[in-house]
Every structure is written in C-alpha cells, then in structure tokens.
Design a protein around this ligand. Structure first.
Ligand code: SAM
Length: 338
C-alpha cells in the first residue's frame, strides 16, 4: 500500500474496519484534508465542456434565456447550478447574459459546490421561477455498489484487514432501486452502482422552486439493456494522470472516481420528486440547434479545435442533455424540436 495514502485510509476506517462504497468514495473524493477534489497538489484529470471553450456557456445562456421568456420574463429568475466547481460556467453564462440588461438584472445565480463547503443536501431556499442546471455533477456523486450473485442482489463493502483493502458482500434485505423484472434480466456476476441518497438529492432539488426547468448534462446511459450485459466491473472509471482504470481500491485518494449516470434511475427519482421529463438530446444536437455554427464560424482558427471537441459525438458531444419541468409539462425547448 502506498504510504502517502495511509492517513486517508486510517481516517476512512477509523470507526469501522468495514465500510460501504459510498463512504469510501466520499472520503477519497471529498475528504477536507486528503480528498481528490481538495488536494491542490493533484493535477485535475477532467476537462469538462465549460473548461474546453466559453461557447458552451454562451449557448447555455441562450437556452436559459429561452426559459426566462417562457416564464414571461420574471423580475427574479434564479439559476441554481449544482456542482459548478470554481464557477467557469457561471462566469461565461453571466458574461453572455449581460448583453441583455433586463435578463441580466433578473438573474440570481447560485453555484452550489462542495468545494465551497456547501453540500447540496444542506442548502435551503425557495424561489418562484428558475432553472436548475448541471454539467457532470451526477457522475461525480458518491455511489454504492451491488452485485447480483446466484439471483440475489448483495451490497458490496470494503474491508480493511492486515493492511489490505478487500471487497466483501452482504445480503440486502430490501433492494428497491430497481424493479423485480429488471433485476431478473441482469446477468449473474454483474455489478450495479446506485448514487448515494439519489432520492434525497432529487427531493432537495425539487424543493428549491415552485416552477422550474432542470437541464442536466452528463455521460451515462438510458437504455436498460446496458445493464443487462454482464458487467463484472460495473460502470465505474478511475482517472489518474490521464490514464483510466476500474480499480477504486488502488492509489486511494489520488484519483478521480466516476461512474456513468443511469438516467433511467435518475429520471425515476426525479419523477418521484415532482419533475416531469420533457425529453433529451445529445450535447452535439443541443449545441448545434442553439447556434453553435455561428460561434464556430466567428471563432479564431486557434480555438476551432476546442469548439469541435464540444460537439464530437465520440466525446463531449455524445453526452446526454435532459430537460425536466415542474410542476407542469408545457415548455418545449427549441433544441428538442425537429
Ligand atoms: C466533475 S466536477 C464538474 C465541475 C463543473 N460542473 C464542470 O463542468 O467543470 C463535479 C463537481 O461536483 C461537485 N460536487 C460533488 N458532490 C456535491 C454535492 N453533494 N454538493 C455540491 N457539489 C458537489 C464537486 O465538488 C465538483 O466540483
């Protein structure tokens, strides 16, 4: 075991020598002293769309203005960004919004991110009209892991014993995240990840607004068949120094841990919290339908590569963009129309 991780490992297992994955990942990513997101000596492995090019924020702003128009230009329009990190998307959106003074003056922008000590579940406020937006937020949330063994779902835990980390499993009494039909189709030996507190997170988001549109951008899948392929390692990925592997238990604290978002499950919990799904598209189509070509044509030559990567269907362009609304289903985003 690498010596630089010992303090973090001792901290993770200080109360119990057996912990679940959510507890373990939570500390690996967000521990205030040793977590990946709080350790300034680790170079970041993720390059997200807002970091890639400011056009992403400009186009997002156009989409938000469409929502503001849909609500008939309310005097106060709250944009809640969850997991906005250091605020790059916020900066680009506000810069672009400042061209329309009435829109700009109505905006209250909250970037809720753990790096500022705000845990989403502890934030309380309420507004009448607005938007909840996120880019690569749900894939960064700690998750628990389960395995299907001999037809039964077991929960996976990590045991710290004799200076080693090993995975063990225990029977789950009540696994109600997936229905029986889906569970029956999952091949034996498959691992399944479930975002910790997904129900509370969706309920919290819903509590912020009386009327809102939620726009979620992330990688993941919305086809149950993906779960039905035997997946001995699940949908986890770890990134360290730009190389990827699937072993969470190695090089603890020094790497990003992420997981494909199961949009079917997310949609289920959003729906239970009062959000109605409007539809979804790819990031490529979302950007192109909202004016990407004009920005591309006007961009200096040295920025075109970055812009192309925003729409590349093999990369960022292949991300899912989901639209939800509460309390009714009336909004028709232009980018979802033919
Ligand atoms: C992969 S980063 C994405 C950052 C940014 N949205 C972007 O696109 O560049 C995920 C972000 O989610 C934040 N985060 C994770 N869990 C959170 C929580 N429970 N509440 C608020 N922020 C959280 C992390 O601190 C991190 O900044």
């Amino acid at each position: 075991m690498k010596t630089e991780n010992k303090e973090l490992i001792n901290k993770i297992f200080s109360d119990s020598k057996i912990v679940d994955y959510a507890h373990f990942i939570n500390s690996c990513l967000y521990d205030k002293q040793f977590g990946y997101y709080n350790n300034s000596s680790i170079s970041r492995d993720f390059i997200t769309s807002p970091i890639t090019h400011e056009s992403f924020g400009k186009i997002f702003c156009k989409q938000l203005q469409e929502v503001w128009d849909y609500y008939q230009n309310p005097r106060q329009f709250v944009i809640v960004e969850v997991g906005g990190n250091e605020g790059k998307l916020k900066k680009d959106i506000l810069e672009s919004a400042s061209r329309n003074k009435k829109f700009f003056n109505s905006i209250v922008y909250l970037n809720i991110d753990r790096i500022y000590g705000d845990d989403l579940l502890n934030v309380d406020f309420k507004s009448n009209y607005g938007c909840i937006i996120s880019n690569e937020f749900f894939d960064a949330l700690p998750f628990n892991r389960f395995i299907k063994l001999e037809g039964e779902i077991k929960k996976l835990f990590i045991e710290f014993k004799e200076d080693n980390l090993t995975e063990i499993n225990k029977k789950v009494e009540n696994f109600n995240f997936l229905n029986k039909e889906i569970i029956s189709k999952i091949p034996d030996g498959s691992k399944i990840e479930i975002i910790e507190n997904i129900d509370l997170i969706c309920a919290k988001l819903s509590s912020f607004f009386n009327n809102c549109i939620m726009i979620t951008i992330d990688y993941g899948f919305n086809d149950w068949n993906k779960l039905f392929f035997k997946n001995p390692n699940g949908f986890v990925r770890c990134y360290s120094k730009h190389s990827m592997n699937k072993n969470i238990l190695e090089n603890v604290g020094n790497k990003d841990i992420t997981c494909d978002v199961n949009f079917n499950l997310l949609n289920k919990y959003l729906s239970m919290s009062g959000f109605i799904e409007i539809g979804n598209t790819s990031q490529e189509k979302f950007l192109i339908k909202n004016g990407f070509k004009k920005l591309f044509d006007e961009a200096p030559e040295n920025e075109k590569r970055g812009l192309i990567s925003l729409v590349n269907p093999e990369g960022l362009g292949g991300f899912n963009v989901y639209f939800h609304e509460k309390p009714d289903l009336k909004f028709q985003p232009t980018c979802l129309q033919n």
